[in-house]
Design a protein around this ligand. Structure first.
Ligand SMILES: *[C@@H]1O[C@H](CO)[C@@H](O)[C@H](O)[C@H]1NC(C)=O
Ligand SMILES: *[C@@H]1O[C@H](CO)[C@@H](O)[C@H](O)[C@H]1NC(C)=O
Ligand SMILES: *[C@@H]1O[C@H](CO)[C@@H](O)[C@H](O)[C@H]1NC(C)=O
Ligand SMILES: *[C@@H]1O[C@H](CO)[C@@H](O)[C@H](O)[C@H]1NC(C)=O
Ligand SMILES: *[C@@H]1O[C@H](CO)[C@@H](O)[C@H](O)[C@H]1NC(C)=O
Ligand SMILES: *[C@@H]1O[C@H](CO)[C@@H](O)[C@H](O)[C@H]1NC(C)=O
Length: 770
């Protein structure tokens, strides 16, 4: 968890990852698998072990034959393995539909696709449809972001990481005005190259705030762009890391690592420092924005946030709202994290409408450790345990994880089961240390769902399960005289049947500053992301570390923005943002809606993920966009009720409010949010044609329940590119309505090829509630 911020003359803000304290859970979805094609599946059975191996195999044949509708003989050909010792079950070649059918058989616990150790360390890019080598996708159309410069405001960079090799890159772009600044253990000649083309550091604000040398509490820090934390190295390599083969976390998540825009260049702005787990000062941030704008970056990535309560744009205490306004005014897209304060409502940060605000999702990858009980029941837990299998050992249950103290008599040589009510990992880490100190050999921790794993003190097996599984294991413990358990090392499972969800920790809307502005804007993978790190990062192994947070989802989007920018150099930040929001995924390839973790888990809505999970290939050719010019942003500030002196300060020049005929609801966003719906409310939007010259779009409306929605005109006929058409959306309340919260619908413009979808969200005004 990031440390509390202090409020004083300059603000201190912090990093949006979990540092050393992590969360956990299970995982995701991805490519649909063509029906008809078989792949190996593992079928876990709940049945007891048979003594007679022939009988076991024969029962597997029977089960297969019945699902295939074939003879026992031909079923035998599909069987790969029968298991009976480690666990009960078998492996067989099945199509997806056969696997689904089999999953419904009595006695079948779970059917999983066998896709262990696939070559996809940064699996997230395949998950997002940007796989390499060549296919016809945005990655290739954009030449992998060649020529685009991504500015990363973070904890600096570990320049020796292989992820920043400049092999195969052309010269530094001629329009680059930036520089590499020397400093402690940072030599521009040695440490900057054609990948890291700029590196600056900003320490005055934090020094003033801290009042003593940054390393005085014993933490290592470098007075230079060098990264002592690992966070900046991680985020930079997610956005634009070069290809590095054969990367893994001790064998887990093995594959090729790369960033979203592997040929984009990096400009490093070190604004966050190794004090209190990574803190950054607003004045340093503002200075970095200032220089980055002049240096010539195209995209800026900030995995930084402050704490609640949030301040308005004019009271901008973290410097991000103001700095990003200036960047936006120069055509630079600024991407920021939504923060990690979910799943509570109104926790989203970085809410200015000129910022692209990113929530975090999981993906179609899971890190599973099998827990086998003495009665041969098998449960799937989550872990990053890369050591040897823990053979059947005796199981003890001392109650809660919290308050576990070392006890050799109780724990030595045993596996401990405990429960914790906290979603945070600290209770587990402390319990694991106590068990280990007492000669214990493993920990099974039952906890409420959260997302993100961390290794438990140096390869100590520390398996996390949900309460349901924990309770089943406890039931077994109580029903046996001498309960035993086996823990297997973590397997990396990529499985399109594990659907992605919005992460538990990801901050949620509505926007507490300006409820009419939908936030977050989009979600991207941010759970268990393996990327480069500083060797000083305690979680790094061979220079790569697995981290979790909106800190990790943010550079995913920054990398994709770099690709979009390479493809459409003339697009404004609003156009890029619109293309991303209107094309987001709301369903899995299987057709099921994306869920949002929380209590309880539910179908995700725009307050969880804005336009959905980012769909880069859709965003490349959106058809229509909702653009915004400087006057639109100024009107927004005026409609917010800020006075002209405050507005002039944000805008950076004298500004007068002129627009009296519109309201904040008319801000030309790719979403419509009406936080105080009257019996009838009308808003205006303008779309710009970025698709074929001659295009006709029809409005498809899904009204929020309890309302009717009309669009006028409801057919848009374009005869030129860049042509703009304005339309009105009228929402009518159907009385009486009892709903007092927000309700969700959508407005989609479709020409049959492009589907330009805007979230449509209303809350009934109090005077209209019955
Ligand atoms: C702090 O940094 C200074 C110079 O950067 C160095 O001389 C000193 O040894 C460091 N102290 C600690 C505790 O690391
Ligand atoms: C991959 O890396 C591992 C250890 O990091 C090494 O043992 C192995 O030989 C490497 N494989 C290849 C193909 O380079
Ligand atoms: C780079 O510097 C030149 C000369 O000072 C200036 O004209 C140009 O606008 C700068 N580029 C950017 C992106 O500010
Ligand atoms: C250790 O556990 C045993 C068995 O539960 C208990 O009797 C003993 O008091 C415990 N020792 C300590 C130091 O807590
Ligand atoms: C504008 O509003 C701010 C508070 O946001 C206030 O401090 C300032 O005095 C106001 N300026 C004018 C000219 O009214
Ligand atoms: C496009 O349509 C507008 C009105 O819809 C019309 O005024 C204009 O002349 C048309 N342009 C062309 C090139 O057809």
């Amino acid at each position: 968890m990031f440390a509390k911020t202090t409020r004083s003359s300059t603000m201190i803000v912090s990093l949006l990852s979990f540092g050393l304290l992590f969360n956990f859970q299970s995982s995701i979805t991805g490519t649909a698998i063509a029906e008809g094609k078989t792949s190996v599946h593992i079928v876990y059975l709940g049945e007891r072990e048979h003594d007679n191996p022939e009988l076991v195999t024969s029962s597997h044949h029977d089960m297969l034959a019945s699902v295939l509708g074939s003879s026992k003989e031909s079923a035998a050909e599909r069987l790969v393995y029968s298991y009976r010792h480690g666990f009960s079950g078998f492996a067989a070649k099945l199509t997806e539909s056969q696997a689904r059918k089999l999953a419904d058989f009595p006695g079948v616990v779970r059917v999983m696709r066998n896709s262990l150790y696939r070559i996809q360390t940064t699996r997230s890019w395949d998950f997002l449809g940007l796989s390499s080598p060549p296919v016809n996708n945005l990655l290739y159309e954009s030449k992998m972001g060649d020529g685009i410069i991504i500015g990363v405001l973070d904890t600096g960079i570990w320049p020796e990481s292989e992820s920043f090799t400049d092999k195969g890159l052309g010269p530094v772009p001629s329009y680059w005005n930036g520089t590499c600044e020397p400093g402690e253990q940072f030599d521009p000649v040695k440490h900057c190259n054609r990948k890291i083309i700029g590196a600056r550091w900003y320490v005055k604000g934090i020094l003033a705030e801290y009042g003593r040398p940054l390393n005085s509490s014993g933490d290592t820090e470098f007075m230079s762009p060098r990264d002592a934390v690992g966070h900046g190295t991680h985020t930079a390599s997610i956005a634009a890391g070069s290809f590095v083969r054969n990367v893994s976390y001790k064998g887990v998540a093995h594959g090729t690592a790369r960033g979203g825009a592997p040929r984009a260049r990096l400009a490093i702005y070190k604004v966050c420092w190794n004090v209190l787990g990574g803190q950054c000062s607003s004045v340093d941030i503002l200075k970095a924005f200032d220089e980055a704008i002049h240096d010539g970056v195209h995209v800026m990535s900030l995995s930084i946030g402050s704490s609640i309560p949030l301040f308005s744009e004019v009271d901008d205490h973290d410097g991000i709202a103001t700095g990003s306004f200036h960047a936006m005014a120069r055509g630079i897209t600024v991407v920021c994290g939504a923060a990690n304060d979910g799943p509570s409502a109104q926790t989203v940060q970085n809410t200015a409408p000129w910022i692209l605000t990113v929530a975090a999702s999981t993906m179609d990858r899971d890190f599973q450790s099998l827990i086998t009980l003495g009665n041969n029941e098998v449960y799937v837990g989550q872990a990053l345990y890369t050591g040897k299998e823990i053979g059947f050992a005796s199981l003890v249950y001392p109650d809660f994880c919290r308050g576990l103290t070392p006890n050799v008599t109780l724990f030595a040589g045993r596996v401990v089961l405990c429960f914790t009510s906290s979603a945070r990992r600290a209770a587990i880490t402390i319990a694991a240390a106590a068990v280990r100190l007492s000669g214990g050999i493993g920990l099974i921790a039952a906890k409420s769902p959260s997302d993100g794993l961390a290794p438990c003190s140096d390869d100590f097996p520390c398996v996390e399960v949900d309460y349901e599984t924990g309770t089943s294991i406890l039931y077994y413990f109580r029903s046996e005289r001498s309960p035993t358990v086996k823990i297997s090392p973590t397997l990396t499972v990529v499985n399109s049947k594990l659907p992605a969800h919005v992460a538990h920790f990801s901050s949620r809307g509505p926007n507490s500053i300006a409820p009419a502005i939908l936030k977050p804007d989009i979600a991207a993978p941010g759970v268990n992301i393996l990327a480069a790190s500083s060797p000083l990062d305690p979680l790094s192994a061979n220079g790569y570390a697995m981290h979790t947070g909106t800190s990790m989802s943010t550079p995913h989007v920054a990398g994709i923005v770099a690709l979009l920018k390479a493809l459409h150099l003339d697009w404004s930040p609003a156009m890029i943002k619109s293309s991303i929001i209107t094309t987001g995924w709301k369903n899995h390839p299987t057709g099921f809606p994306i869920q949002a973790a929380g209590s309880p888990q539910k179908v995700a809505d725009p307050f969880d993920y804005g336009g959905g999970i980012i769909n880069p290939n859709g965003a490349a050719w959106p058809g229509l966009v909702y653009d915004m010019a400087m006057t639109d942003y100024i009107n927004y500030l005026c409609h917010r009720g800020y006075n002209e002196s405050d507005i002039s300060r944000i805008v950076g020049q004298p500004t007068i409010c002129q627009d009296k005929s519109h309201s904040i609801l008319d801000t030309n966003l790719p979403s419509i949010t009406i936080p105080n719906l009257a019996s009838l409310t009308t808003v205006m939007r303008t779309v710009t044609n970025v698709g074929p010259q001659m295009s006709t779009y029809w409005a498809l409306i899904e009204p929020p329940p309890g309302t009717t929605v009309t669009v006028c005109p409801n057919v848009l006929v374009f005869n030129a590119t860049a042509q703009k058409i304005t339309f009105k959306v009228t929402v009518r309340l159907i009385l009486p309505i009892v709903e007092s919260g927000y309700i969700f619908g959508s407005l989609k413009w479709s020409n049959g090829v492009n589907h330009v979808t805007s979230p449509l969200i209303v809350r009934v005004g109090f005077s209209h509630l019955h």
